[in-house]
Every structure is written in structure tokens, then in C-alpha cells.
Design a binder for this molecule. Structure first.
Ligand SMILES: *[C@@H]1O[C@H](CO)[C@@H](O)[C@H](O)[C@H]1NC(C)=O
Ligand SMILES: *[C@@H]1O[C@H](CO)[C@@H](O)[C@H](O)[C@H]1NC(C)=O
Length: 305
């Protein structure tokens, strides 16, 4: 009786353990697998089902590689921009907020949002910035180091939520999304001016602390420990996009490649149009000259006869 019970228990444990770590794709690491009735895997980047008893097609492999590289799971929203300037010496008001116009103590000035990130082209001292535009959405993409198996989605989301609430004291209502599509993690922090209570930490401050913690340059003296179920979560890339209440005012240089291509085509078309016009004009005037010469010749022959 005891031995039967023992054997059953052993069998249960065995199935449980194989179900947990046995479900992975032998021929393709770039997959997400789920134990349904059998182990079912899909390629990352495309979500197409993969037969793990054979090689995956090169097309799906390349798609998965690209996806890991760029983390395209989470598309940045319209008008979102990165901080391409980095550190400068800002002018702050009496409350410690950014002034709308920043010059880095030089003669070059620009306008910033409430996160202190440039949202216009640079100009000279005459540059005017009428208001400090609020950053009400911070869109963060993280990529963690390669792992044999991805983290548990639920535990990862909980760990990050806890961290942001506890370490940075951000109220959970401002953490509007944490999503995980291995190896990319996406975090949305949203905070409108009307919703923000006096004394609430600003999402821009939270994002700056978080960025520095991730980069190993913490301001906080408390030890930064980012882990999921006791396993360290090693972030190898962090991209922070800023979305302001108003669209940023960058000029041509910042246009997306698609738009630049269209502009180039239009300009080329105009140049070609002008060239064709000039050539035909030349040809036509050339003809006139020939006709004139011919006519003069005829006149001469007429005179001779
Ligand atoms: C601000 O000035 C410092 C020192 O002159 C310089 O290193 C830095 O690149 C400047 N930053 C910007 C955003 O212009
Ligand atoms: C926050 O403000 C933006 C733009 O001003 C608006 O589109 C959005 O609906 C607001 N969100 C909330 C939760 O009030």
C-alpha cells in the first residue's frame, strides 16, 4: 500500500517537473512554448507555430532575430521622442522644476518638456518658449539578457510593479501597463496634470531614478535589487520615450525616413520637370534658328534665280 502510494507520488512529481521545464523547443531557442495537451511553440516576432522536430525556416529565424534586436513588440506612440542630448546644466525654477527654455549656460537655447528633454530644434538666445509643456506619458522599453527560459510573466510584472511603487513611491494608478514579450519588457507611466495630487512624485523623476538605477549609477543609497522570483533581472538595454501633451516641434532633420523619401521624390520630380522644360525650350529655339537659316537660304536662292 505504502509503496503504491510512493510510486504514485513519484509519478505525479515526475509529470509535474517534465511539464514545467520539458516544454521547450529543441531546434529553436527563439520561441515561446506552452504545454497544452502537447508542447506547442511559436516563433518570437511572428507568433507562427513552429515544429520543433525540424529546423525552423530562415525567414522566421531572421524575423525573430530582428525582433530581439529592436524589441518591436511595443511600438512607440505618435510624437514620442528620445533624449538625444543627455546631461546639460539646466535652469530650474524655485520649485525645482525645469524652466521652459534651456541654454546650458551658452548662447544656444531650446525648449524642453517637464522632463527636461528637448522638444524643439536648437536656436540662439532670441528663442522663445512660451510654456513648459507637460510630459504626461513615459514609454519605457527594457530588454533583458538572454536566458534559457523566459521569466514568468506574472511574477515579472509583479516584481516591477512592487519596485516602482516601493522604491520610487509612485502610486500604482500611474503605472498603466507592464507587458512582457521575452526578452522585451514594456512599462507605461501616465500622469496628467489634472490627475496629479500635490505631493505626488512626478513620472519624469521616477523614470530618471529608474534609468540611473538600471545603468548602475543610482542616486538612491538603498541597494537596487531587480529580481524575479529570486533570480536577477539583468537589463541590457533601456529606451525611454517621452510623450508630451503637445506634439514636439522638431523640423525637417527629425522627419521619419518615409516622409524624407517622399520629399526627395517630389523634389526630384520638380527638378526633372524643370530640366525637361528647359531642354524642350532649347530644342524649340534650335528649330527656329534652323528654320530661319533655311528660309534665308531659300530667299537667297530665290534672289539668285
Ligand atoms: C552643455 O554644455 C556642456 C559643457 O559645455 C557640454 O559638454 C554639453 O554637451 C552641453 N549639452 C548640450 C545638450 O548642449
Ligand atoms: C490625459 O491627457 C491626455 C492629453 O491631454 C488625454 O488624451 C488623456 O485622455 C488624459 N488621460 C486621462 C486619464 O485623463
Amino acid at each position: 500500500m505504502e509503496s503504491i502510494f510512493g510510486a504514485t507520488l513519484f509519478l505525479i512529481l515526475l509529470t509535474a517537473s517534465t511539464a514545467q521545464d520539458g516544454c521547450s523547443c529543441q531546434t529553436n531557442k527563439l520561441t515561446n512554448c506552452n504545454q497544452v495537451s502537447t508542447c506547442e511553440c511559436t516563433a518570437i516576432g511572428s507568433n507562427q507555430p513552429v515544429d520543433c522536430s525540424r529546423l525552423t525556416s530562415k525567414c522566421l529565424l531572421m524575423k525573430a532575430e530582428m525582433f530581439r534586436k529592436t524589441g518591436r513588440a511595443f511600438h512607440k506612440p505618435e510624437g514620442a521622442f528620445l533624449d538625444n542630448d543627455g546631461l546639460y546644466n539646466p535652469d530650474c525654477d524655485d520649485n525645482g522644476n525645469f524652466k521652459a527654455r534651456q541654454c546650458n549656460q551658452t548662447d544656444t537655447c531650446w525648449c524642453v518638456n517637464s522632463a527636461g528633454v528637448r522638444r524643439t530644434d536648437k536656436g540662439d538666445k532670441s528663442m522663445k518658449c512660451t510654456e513648459l509643456v507637460r510630459t504626461n506619458w513615459i514609454f519605457i522599453n527594457l530588454k533583458h539578457k538572454e536566458r534559457e527560459t523566459p521569466f514568468s510573466k506574472l511574477e515579472l510584472v509583479n516584481s516591477l510593479r512592487q519596485l516602482i511603487q516601493n522604491r520610487y513611491t509612485l502610486h500604482q494608478s500611474y503605472i498603466t501597463a507592464i507587458e512582457y514579450d521575452p526578452p522585451v519588457i514594456h512599462i507605461d507611466l501616465k500622469q496628467n496634470a489634472t490627475k496629479k495630487d500635490v505631493g505626488d512624485v512626478d513620472i519624469a523623476d521616477v523614470a530618471y531614478y529608474f534609468e540611473k538605477d538600471i545603468k548602475g549609477e543610482s542616486f538612491h543609497r538603498g541597494i537596487f535589487n531587480l529580481s524575479v522570483s529570486e533570480e536577477p533581472l539583468d537589463v541590457e538595454e533601456i529606451l525611454i520615450y517621452y510623450v508630451d501633451e503637445k506634439l514636439p516641434e522638431f523640423s525637417m532633420k527629425r522627419l521619419t525616413p518615409g516622409i524624407i523619401a517622399v520629399v526627395v521624390v517630389v523634389i526630384l520630380a520638380i527638378i526633372i520637370g524643370i530640366t525637361v522644360l528647359v531642354i524642350t525650350r532649347r530644342r524649340n529655339s534650335g528649330k527656329y534658328k534652323k528654320v530661319e537659316i533655311k528660309e534665308m537660304g531659300e530667299m537667297r536662292s530665290g534672289q539668285n534665280s
